[in-house]
Design a protein around this ligand. Sequence first.
Ligand code: ADP
Ligand code: MG
Length: 618
Amino acid sequence: MAKIGINIATGSLQQAEMIVGIDLGTTNSLVAIIHPESKMPIALKEHNSSSLVPSVIHFNNAANITVGEEAKNYLETEPHNTIFSAKRLMGKSYNDLKQNAAFFTYKIIDNDDEKLVKVQVGNKFYSPIELSSFILKELKAKAEHILKTPVTKAVITVPAYFNDAQRQATRDAGKLAGLDVLRIVNEPTAAALAYGLGLEKETEKTIAVYDLGGGTFDISILKISNGIFEVLSTNGNTYLGGDDFDHAIVNYWIEELSINDEELKANNSIKQSLRLKAEEAKKHLSFNDEFSTSFNEKELFITKQKFEALIQPFIEQTLQCCTNALKDAALQSTDIETIVMVGGSTRVPLVKHSVSNFFGKEVNDSVNPDEVVALGAAVQADILAGNNKEFLLLDITPLSLGIETMGGLMDVLIPRNSKIPSKAGRQYTTQKDGQGSMRISVYQGERDLVKDNRKLAEFNLTNIPGMPAGLPKVEVSFLINADGILMVKAKELRSGVEQSIEVKPQYGLTDDDVEKMLLESITHAKDDIAIRALVEAKTEGEQILSTTENFLTKNTSLITKDEMLATAAAMQALQLAITMDDKNLIQTKTEELNEITRPFAERAMDAAVGAALKGKQL
Ligand code: ADP
Ligand code: MG
């Protein structure tokens, strides 16, 4: 690729293709590029203004849209027309959000179902994808204005804990904004890249990325070696961030000023304006010991000490996530060599000190925590543009992926915390003679029975040529691409018949769901093992029953009357044991039936050989 120099200051840019990095944040969003001359990542900004575009969208009466700083001004005065934290809605249904409904000052349509939420502004309805696309459009326009060139390709970052649905929603938002989204990258991975960690190829390093933004918290443990960034584990909470600090201050003030509920309800903007004051206080307290301001002719006051007491529980929660992440990575806090701080909220001194104490090390905060993710996205964009070939990125899957097998069991193909991109395959066969199709049901989760996991997709492999049961070889393969999108393929190897689907992620799986699923798998581990053993015994029992029945109808002549009676009795006993769900009894009865029928098989074999010798068709 020809490298063409540009001059950012004068905006003379002739490069044909520019891939930008975008941090689409809950609170703030921004665009970064690799400077073609200095080769350093830089955040794009107009003269004398911030690189940050507040992720706020305002609709005026004519449904005209403004995004960013200007829109933020309406948070107070027009809460119904001013959308903030749209990222929290991505890939969510109303049911997912119910518990947090009070958080949103604008109208979220209460469908009370699993469909994607919509936001109502005036008489119009917007999906979170559309809302995010408005922010992306603004970022695109801003970048084009600064760079004086069309911007059509981008790398967009998402929190590490985003599930497939949320990643896909982000991708769709990009598409709607006219951007070709080349890659969705985890924010912590981008942050590590921005720090240039791993640039010295020989060194191997284990690092932690602590990202506390406005609305989300992510902790990621990465291993960097030979220019490869590998995510060992991730943990976090999409409902924890600097916003919570603001709310804590707001609630404190509401109590201090004895503002009652009626007043709050009567005047919708009180809370919003207190929110903005609280944020001001919080930022002020990062560098000062106390804050005071006037509000509706009253005085608002808070000390740093009080503020720290208010946010202590939130910080504790983040540290608990850190503990979990370390456990998943099978590491001790002392194994972490470098800690990278990301997100505006890590400017709070207590956050920094607490994280530093937790890991027993100084934290790394030399790169602007607001910009670091976008800068890393730009580095990734540069890698994709082919300018930085030595890097490879690996991420991991948060939950196990597998398919349903006999008896509703979960057969895991890709275990949780596997690196992605990832590939796995396994062979299956048919249960019935002449079975022409096979249902492939894809699940995500940690439980032994698929009914306790989450169904992602289902499809039929059809046109399997007629063959006796057990003969077809159906290979099911899973491929997760670098964006975490799963591709499932089923192929009957003897005939070459195949079918594949891209797993359309189902919307509505929250991070809490993921956590709950993991937790349940632990709580139910004992039950699950027992159930799995029972299901396996039943499946085996049913299989031998059907094989025996099959055999009996085809080979009556080879069996004596007594044998027939004994077999029938044993089959009946086994059938009864299966009905009774008694694992031990099933196993005993299966063994007994096996015992009786074993000689039959030999006899049948002899007969077949004899028949073959006589030149008969089998
Ligand atoms: P997100 O990734 O969620 O978009 P950011 O990384 O932009 O969020 O962080 C935004 C959060 O950082 C907001 O809650 C903001 O109030 C907070 N923040 C920014 N500067 C400071 C500061 N100096 N002290 C404390 N909090 C800050
Ligand atoms: Mg962020």
